[in-house]
Design a protein around this ligand. Sequence first.
Ligand code: NYM
Ligand code: MG
Length: 237
Amino acid sequence: NGGGKGGRGALIVLEGLDRSGKSSQSARLLSFLEGKGCATEGWRFPDRDTSVGKMISAYLANESQLDDRTIHLLFSANRWEKRSLMESKLLGGTTLVVDRYSYSGVAFSAAKGLDIGWCKAPEVGLLAPDLVIYLDVQPEQKVAFSAVVYSGYPKFLMVNVNLLFQKAAERGGYGGERYERVEFQKRVAEHYHSLRDSTWKVVDGSLPMETVEEQLRELAMNCISECQDKQLTNLPW
Ligand code: NYM
Ligand code: MG
């Protein structure tokens, strides 16, 4: 497994705003690691398959109303109900690529105005990731595509033309669930920023998909080989 000789798996978390490309990149990373013969599973939070997850899903779809603190604790409970399985997978040598984790929990709830300390408290004791990859995309950021334009002279002129603009906010599905509004996402981004620690690697999510993918592969491979002999720890918050 990924150079692993009986060592534990790595807990790799992808974080970012809605529509930052986390889900596609997690899937790409997962198939890359599998191709390397590394025991890997792709997880995501919220895990909408559990009974808690179904309550969360209904809330996000605006099919139910819940008090801000109540939904916060449900998101946290949804991680707690997976903690022991997560631990046994990791100790058994399986690397987990997890799409969202406690950082989403804190950043989204804090963006509603809840106290950060209060938001962090129920996360204490969950497993600490070995690596957090933050896909950095501004909610209003325009995705620019480069083009090579022949200047008419014997030289090609590289021009960075914003041929095609596409606001992250206009990509498919945005606005379909609670929280998917530009102003709210900006506040979430600020809170994410304040949560950064030494396990975080910030990747520019506006780069071409293949470039981002390449960076994630390298970060993940390094992490997997480095954490094999490291103890699993808990979130220190
Ligand atoms: N979200 C996700 C939270 O508010 N708290 C959490 O703890 C987690 C894990 O749920 N807008 C929010 C972020 C997303 C929404 O996530 C659904 P996804 O990745 O779109 O399924
Ligand atoms: Mg979403």
